[in-house]
Design a protein around this ligand. Structure first.
Ligand code: NDP
Length: 242
């Protein structure tokens, strides 16, 4: 990699697996310094160790504003500030709309939507200082809602609406890019609490051809465009998913 000491600094939430971990690897390989945030500290520490220079692991739950404030302070101290925030942490707790899933609904809104909003609010001063980038990981579910995905889609439609407003408010200081993947092979469906839905989803994800690395490359490409170009939105799907 290039000179890691000069590289832009990217903070990635949900960097312990899937798209977040792949994005950390991709950006680090492109010369970025990366701060890996997640709850599973062992995983982000192992990834930071693997990447070596210019990678730090910070244990943080995105539903805990105090933990995000502490993370922002640590990034400022160790890296001097944040240029890129990737709001990636998320859960997809699909299932039929019912009272039994009500804890899932609250969790998805708190992690996917409020978590991204809070992380952005906390890191915004650092992003504004010198030309920053905000990358919000939405989904195809931010544009299309299917049976059993209502509240998940609500969080991703929410991300899209909030991002559109924020982009108008923050450009040209901070670019806001929304990434909308279709099915990507990750751990995402394993946390579904509704048994039949989880089994169906895991079958679908088990044969997914699009990898977290595919998505990470797209994110890295978008971030590497010159400052006069802002990529607002990227929808990417498996070629077989109409
Ligand atoms: P993974 O389950 O592999 O990754 C989810 C990440 O989110 C983990 O690193 C997890 O870390 C983190 N996370 C979950 N809850 C919290 C929390 N409260 N605080 C901090 N981090 C949290 O799935 P993906 O990589 O697939 O998901 C990443 C994003 O991509 C999500 O926003 C998802 O909605 C989106 N997406 C995924 C698609 C797919 O098909 N896979 C398609 C479209 C969008 P930890 O548990 O260690 O905290």
């Amino acid at each position: 990699s290039q000179d890691q000491k000069q590289g832009r600094v990217a903070v990635i939430t949900g960097a312990s697996s899937g798209i977040g971990a792949a994005t950390a690897r991709s950006l680090h390989a492109a010369g970025y310094r990366v701060a890996l945030l997640a709850r599973r500290t062992d995983r982000i520490k192992a990834l930071a160790d693997e990447l070596g220079d210019g990678a730090i692991a910070i244990s943080a739950d995105v539903t805990d504003r105090g933990a995000l404030v502490a993370a922002a302070e640590q990034v400022k101290q160790e890296f001097g500030g944040t240029d890129v925030l990737v709001n990636n942490a998320g859960v997809m707790l699909l299932g039929p709309f019912s009272a039994e899933q009500r804890d899932d609904y609250r969790k998805m809104i708190e992690v996917n939507l409020l978590g991204a909003i809070t992380a952005t609010e906390v890191f915004l001063d650092q992003l504004k200082d010198g030309g920053g980038d905000l990358v919000n990981i939405s989904s195809v579910a931010g544009r299309v809602a299917n049976v059993g995905s209502g509240v998940y889609a609500a969080t991703k439609f929410g991300i899209n609406g909030w991002s559109e407003s924020l982009r108008k408010e923050l450009l040209p200081d901070v670019r806001v890019t929304v990434i909308e993947p279709g099915v990507v092979a990750t751990e995402l469906p394993t946390h579904i609490t509704h048994e039949a839905t989880r089994q169906g989803a895991q079958q679908l994800y088990g044969v997914a051809e699009v990898t977290a690395e595919d998505v990470a490359e797209v994110i890295t490409f978008a971030l590497q465009r010159p400052r006069h170009l802002a990529i607002h939105e990227i929808l990417l799907r498996p070629a077989g998913q109409a």
